[in-house]
Design a protein around this ligand. Structure first.
Ligand code: XMP
Length: 507
């Protein structure tokens, strides 16, 4: 995509920066986040947004920007919070530091419902999170909105440079989307992002980079790796897609994954490593050790199957890229504790032989890309499933019997969610095992059997989650069927824990 259609979001460190990118994408434009050290990667963008940040512009080590460079771009600029204070200083104004932080809702009163505030209410709730306020305004600076106390909270310099004290990107700013849309409409060069154009560009790039080499990728049946494999297939490169059955999959899942790829005419190789995984996990009850065993063995099995790869493709998405950029230091130390096979990936990476074609996309855009290549709806809307599979839904030791019980309970629950039209309304759902024997009655006898926990949550990004108020009829039918059909279970519980403090998985 041409840079002139790009909205460059410059990161001053606010916790909401990623959300600005998200919101601009939701409005249909391409946006990318840039660290202050990476400004040389920005070439003639269509618009620039300066994010908020935790520092005060009056701090000695306050992050700064080359104003001459910014002006030379000659495009609309929006400064959010810290970004606005910085613009004010750069234009010759001043900022007053305060050690009290204003955090929470406030009223926004535009001077006129035009320009940045076109189509807005005369008074609108916005979300504040700042301590500095503007003090002196330079000549030519116009106040375009105030708060209920009359304090300037939005400024304009010239035709299309704006500052806003609040955060339009959070949903608590009720008309934040309108403000961003109005800002972007000032950028004459911006063109809406088109997934079809993007796909054609990706395919060109893949062909160029891969040439006649062989590229391998791992597939799990999940959305990202499926879209990746289909994209490589559509690019027509020499590809091997490898699917590792770790024995921790859901009922019939390995067959379904194979059938799904067959539906899409993409050939995959399956490595059945169930025995190896179950043997390696035998007797291990510690959650962290279980995860390490599964992660380490996966790398071994995958690379044994690959042999010597010329190139590797990974389904990394944009949030992972942003995340790893901001955690660069901690990430480096985590990698060291891993595995020597990881060294191989790092080596390929250093040689420019790791392809990450989805690395500029958010999840919903990956789905859109998948749909544009004809990937069936049910595959694109599968619930997320953790890499360590059912092991994290089976607290304590993992055995084949325990996994089978989980598989049966889960299949009944998921089947009912689909039957009642709830599968796509929830972000993720599953049945897990609580391996604690509780008393029940079966026939005339007292029985001591395990419990299953049903979990169904809604979430936007898995960072937070809420449990779902499923219809009682669905829960009742699920419970009745599990109690009647699944041997070893005499109790069904519905998990009503939010994240935080609970996590989505049980381990
Ligand atoms: P938690 O349990 O941390 O899960 O609230 C958040 C999301 O991540 C998935 N999850 C994992 N995915 N490897 C993965 O690939 C893991 O070890 C792992 N643990 C949790 C979980 O299913 C949920 O979608």
């Amino acid at each position: 995509m041409d840079d002139k259609h790009l909205v460059a979001v410059i990161d001053f460190g606010s916790q909401y920066t990623q959300l600005i990118v998200r919101r601009v994408r939701e409005l249909g434009y391409m946006a990318k986040l840039y660290a202050l050290e990476d400004l040389d990667q920005i070439h003639e963008p269509g618009a620039v947004i300066l994010s908020g940040g935790p520092k005060s512009t009056t701090d000695a080590d306050a992050p700064d920007i080359d104003f001459e460079w910014l002006k030379s771009l000659n495009v609309p600029v929006l400064g959010v919070c810290y970004g606005m204070q910085l613009l004010n200083i750069k234009h010759g104004g001043s900022v007053k530091a305060s050690n009290k932080r204003e955090y929470g809702p406030a009223a926004l009163l535009p001077e006129a419902c035009t320009g940045l505030y076109r189509d807005m209410s005369p008074s609108s709730q916005v979300w504040m999170s700042h301590s500095d306020t503007v003090d002196h305004l330079a000549e030519g600076c116009q106040v375009i909105a105030r708060n209920a106390e009359g304090v300037p909270v939005s400024l304009q310099w010239g035709e299309a440079t704006f500052g806003i004290q609040f955060h339009p990107e959070v949903t608590h700013s009720h008309e934040g989307r309108t403000i961003l849309r109005n800002f972007l409409s000032c950028a004459a060069n911006l063109k809406k992002f088109d997934i079809g154009d993007f796909k054609r560009q990706l395919i060109r790039e893949i062909r160029e980079r891969v040439g006649s080499k062989q590229v391998v990728c791992g597939v799990s049946g999940g959305v990202d790796s499926t879209v990746l494999a289909v994209l490589l297939h559509e690019a027509g490169v020499n590809m091997r897609a490898i699917f590792v059955d770790n024995g921790l999959l859901r009922k019939n899942e390995a067959d379904e994954v194979r059938a799904n790829f067959a539906r899409m005419n993409v050939e995959i190789e399956t490595v059945d490593a169930s025995e190896r995984f179950l043997t390696a996990l035998a007797g291990e009850g510690d959650p962290e050790k279980k995860r390490r065993i599964i992660g380490g063995l996966f790398i071994d099995v995958f690379w044994d199957a690959v042999g010597d790869a010329e190139m590797l493709a990974q389904g990394t998405l944009y949030p992972d890229v942003i995340e790893s950029a901001s955690n660069a230091k901690s990430k480096a130390s985590v990698i060291k504790t891993h595995h020597n096979r990881v060294e191989r990936v790092l080596e390929l990476q250093a040689q420019g032989k790791v392809l990450e074609p989805l690395a500029e996309l958010f999840k919903d855009e990956v789905r859109e890309l998948g749909a544009s290549m004809g990937i069936p709806h049910d595959i694109l809307w599968r619930h997320p499933f953790p890499g360590p599979g059912l092991a994290v839904r089976c607290p304590g030791v993992v055995t084949r019997d325990r996994l089978d019980i989980i598989r049966e309970c889960d299949a009944i629950f998921i089947g009912n969610l689909k039957k009642y039209g709830w599968y796509e309304k929830v972000w993720q759902a599953y049945a897990g095992l609580i391996p604690v024997k509780t008393v029940g009655v079966k026939g005339d006898e007292r029985s001591y059997e395990w419990a299953t926990n049903l979990r169904a949550i809604v979430s936007e990004d898995a960072m937070t989650a809420d449990w779902v108020e499923l219809p009682p009829a669905l829960l009742r039918e699920t419970s009745n069927r599990i109690l009647n059909e699944v041997k070893g279970i005499n109790r069904v519980l519905y998990d009503i824990s939010t994240k935080p403090p609970a996590s989505i998985e049980w381990e």
